[in-house]
Write a protein that binds this ligand. Structure first.
Ligand code: PFF
Length: 468
């Protein structure tokens, strides 16, 4: 097989575009919405510490593995895994983890679109002064009003899914690359503006302390959550990075680019935390508020500052852009695969897949209102139940999909990819593809893929089981 062939779906025009694309995929609601609320729920510094450890020891090696598999094969993840496996004399069944990952990415997209839809509602709300001088109670009530209204949620969910489909349907260069070139720089400018605001107002030191105050006794509480989040935030374990890697030019260095993406992603999450928690504390709000955290705290802050209306609108535009550049990466593996497999047009395939994800997303829309009592995973005193209406505790549809993907499918998918790169591909293939100048760096990366990352994933799973 010739290794210089270009993917059927296209190719980025330079190595920078891979960085833009992978950073666009990585930086999303996970950084701005999920990271702060999970940090709040799992007690602050201990969670942040475990998250950082998981990023470095597990997430980054997996990201390198995915990129190199994608670029080596220049095909969609399912076909990449299959063809490299066959070439290495292994079973074509190695396509399975990529197939499961592809489905996991679509499942993530289904709920991601609903939450991203909230930010669309907030752009409108901020822009029209709905949050002018609100206090925490009023902001909470406005947020509750949004989530209680299935129609409003459906409209925004539909619009966001359409935005995602639109970029994907246009293709790798005209759609993805062109929008990323505009959206990513804008995202960074907006984020810095927000940080500037939080440093000069708010309770900056209190927020900082909450994020970085390490409490060793709390480490185990959120270990699986921290690892799951490390996967989610780097977009690894589902094939999104792999498919972007398949569009990467041959001469680009994988190690350096992945490192850049990992650092940028972490910086954005920490910046978002540092921008948000001072506002939480200044407003006397609850850090453990859960998914509503960002949507309740920020309007309070923006409602009471000079130019708050403009800044608030800008902020939610930022959230929208970040979510958009991530959501396209969830759809791309499946679209690329079906284009290769069926030869049909991107537009047709994108339309069908986006509609399917939209439909599943309706389950999440309803989780916040009429469907809230439907609990899918219930761990009760008398054992585990799969479905119960109105059970205390338990996970509703949204929580279940989030749990299933972040805590189970992503880590297992990542484990399969990294083991594949470390043990199925030959050392020479990996060396050739990584093309690192320093032999020491290569050895470190290679062994982190072979041993450190896989052991890390397994240890966290076992620690979690032992806790039950
Ligand atoms: N990394 C994205 C975020 O932090 O919001 C979420 C994500 C994107 C997860 C792409 C999975 C994926 F395939």
């Amino acid at each position: 097989m010739t290794r210089n062939a270009i993917s059927l779906n296209g190719s980025w025009t330079s190595r920078w575009v891979f960085i833009l694309a992978a950073t666009g995929s990585a930086v999303g609601l996970g950084n701005i919405w999920k990271f702060p609320y999970m940090t709040g729920m799992y007690g602050g510094g201990a969670f942040v510490m475990m998250y950082l450890v998981c990023i470095v020891l597990v997430g980054m090696p997996i990201m390198i593995a995915e990129t190199l598999i994608g670029r080596r094969a220049r095909m969609s993840p399912v076909n990449a895994m299959r063809s490299l496996a066959v070439e290495a004399g292994a079973s074509p069944r190695f396509a399975w983890p990529a197939l499961i990952g592809m489905v996991a990415a679509l499942l993530i997209l289904s709920f991601y679109s609903v939450i991203a839809g909230w930010s669309l509602d907030y752009i409108l709300g901020m822009g029209t002064g709905r949050f002018q001088s609100v206090d925490a109670n009023a902001a909470g009530a406005l947020f509750a009003g949004l989530t209680a209204d299935p129609w409003r949620l459906t409209i925004w969910h539909t619009l966001f899914m359409a935005l995602t489909g639109f970029v994907i349907a246009r293709g790798v260069v005209a759609g993805l690359e062109k929008s990323l070139r505009v959206m990513m720089p804008l995202l960074f400018v907006l984020l810095l503006m927000l940080l500037g605001y939080s440093v000069t107002t708010g309770h900056f030191m209190q927020g900082f302390h909450f994020l970085f105050n390490f409490q060793p006794d709390k480490v185990l509480d959120g270990l699986l959550a921290a690892m799951g989040h490390a996967f989610f935030t780097l977009s690894v374990g589902v094939g999104s990075i792999m498919v972007y890697g398949s569009y990467m030019p041959r001469q680009a260095s994988i190690g350096a680019t992945v490192l850049t993406v990992g650092i940028l992603d972490t910086l954005v999450a920490l910046t978002a935390g540092m921008a948000l928690f001072p506002i939480v504390f200044a407003g006397g709000l609850e850090p453990g508020a859960g998914p509503g955290l960002m949507f309740v705290t920020l309007p309070v802050a923006f409602g009471s500052i000079p130019f708050g209306q403009v800044m608030g609108t800008v902020f939610f535009v930022l959230v929208l852009i970040a979510a958009w550049t991530s959501s396209i990466s969830m759809l791309e593996p499946a679209v690329a695969y079906l284009v290769e497999r069926t030869g049909r047009s991107r537009v047709a395939i994108t339309t069908v897949l986006a509609m399917l994800c939209w439909l599943v997303g309706m389950g999440t829309v309803l989780s916040f209102n009429v469907g809230a009592p439907a609990k899918f995973f219930v761990f009760a005193e008398d054992g585990f139940h799969f479905f119960q209406w109105g059970a205390e505790g338990g996970r509703n549809f949204f929580d279940s999909i989030d749990y299933l993907t972040s805590r189970i499918l992503l880590p297992l998918g990542g484990l399969a990819f990294v083991l594949f790169a470390g043990w199925v591909l030959t050392r020479d293939t990996v060396r050739d593809e990584l093309n690192m100048r320093s032999p020491l760096a290569f050895t470190l990366v290679y062994w982190s893929m072979r041993v450190v990352a896989p052991v890390g994933v397994l240890v966290v799973f076992v620690a979690e089981l032992a806790k039950q």
